[in-house]
Design a binder for this molecule. Structure first.
Ligand code: THG
Length: 271
């Protein structure tokens, strides 16, 4: 599993405060902790008003890149913002995201043509997020086919089928899995990704639901996840699910993570 660490996000109240106070140490610590916990990419999302988003993202990017060697996942709904901050990245990472909304692809794809940047493609368009599987597959096809015109190969694309809250759509995870399986049938090299927390919106014990979703998504073949790698229970579930899905030869990753103390019951939990 490719882990995209989600914690540097200005929509989280404590992070928002750190951004407002320009608390560099707080952001640096989030980067280091996520890298140590196993993040492959560090998501940076300013979550601020568009006027200050660029300067905030630039500030976040500089701190993270000074603190760790991990590539960034630049998270903004605004393709122009991404265009303007891309030059501050010291190595190629992931752009989060394009979709069929407005002219997002037409702005982002030319920027990453001929580079090693990857991109997350959300299966939504100007009509919003489709509730059916077929429209999501159709949008994913358009995103991948448009990318090919810019020589952006399928391996560089992570499709995010945008799992809905179970509280709103009881079939949400069923539809996610169906979309994932169909996309992989059409484009075997395309990656499928997801945030883990939307699924449990409006429910109690959200983290338990998120873990159950992660297990099912891994079994179905999800390639990357936007998640909190510092959440020990989530990482334990992740490694157990990979072993169960036959993605961990000799269960070596699981055993090594256990020996290093990265997974297992919470330190304060009863044994
Ligand atoms: N898809 C794509 N990008 C995304 C999302 C997605 N970017 C934003 C979001 N969804 C993923 N990022 C977050 C960041 C923080 C939280 C949820 C999603 C969050 N954090 C709590 C906190 O830090 O206080 C709890 C974290 C925890 O312990 O699990 O809720 O879906 N492409």
């Amino acid at each position: 599993m490719i882990i995209i660490g989600e914690k540097i996000n200005g929509t989280i109240p404590r992070v928002k405060k750190a951004i407002e106070e320009r608390d560099e140490a707080f952001i640096r610590d989030l980067a280091v902790k996520q890298a140590e916990a196993g993040a492959d990419y560090i998501d940076v999302c300013a979550g601020t008003a568009p006027e200050v988003e660029e300067e905030t993202l630039k500030w976040l990017m500089e701190i993270v890149q000074d603190a760790v060697d991990k590539p960034l996942c630049i998270d903004s709904p605004n393709p122009k913002t991404i265009e303007h901050v891309l030059k501050y990245a010291q190595q190629p990472g992931i752009i989060n995201s394009v979709s069929e909304e407005r002219n997002k692809c037409e702005i982002i794809y030319p920027l990453i043509k001929g580079t090693q940047w990857q991109v997350i493609g959300l299966t939504c368009d100007n009509r919003g997020i489709p509730s059916d599987v077929q429209t999501r597959i159709d949008i994913a096809k358009i995103l991948v086919e448009k990318a090919q015109k810019y020589d952006i190969s399928p391996e560089r694309i992570h499709i995010d089928p945008l799992v809905m809250a179970l509280a709103t759509d009881n079939q949400s995870v069923q539809k996610f899995v169906e979309t994932l399986v169909s996309i992989k049938k059409i484009f075997p090299n395309v990656k499928v990704t997801s945030g883990l927390s939307n699924v449990s919106f409006g429910m109690p014990l959200r983290k338990v639901i998120n873990q159950a979703f992660l297990t099912v998504a891994i079994f179905a073949g999800m390639d990357s996840a936007i998640m909190d790698p510092c959440n020990r229970e989530m990482m334990t579930t992740l490694l157990a699910a990979e072993a169960i899905a036959g993605q961990d030869r000799h269960c070596r990753k699981f055993s090594n993570a256990y020996r290093k103390g990265l997974i297992g019951p919470n330190k304060d939990a009863a044994r």
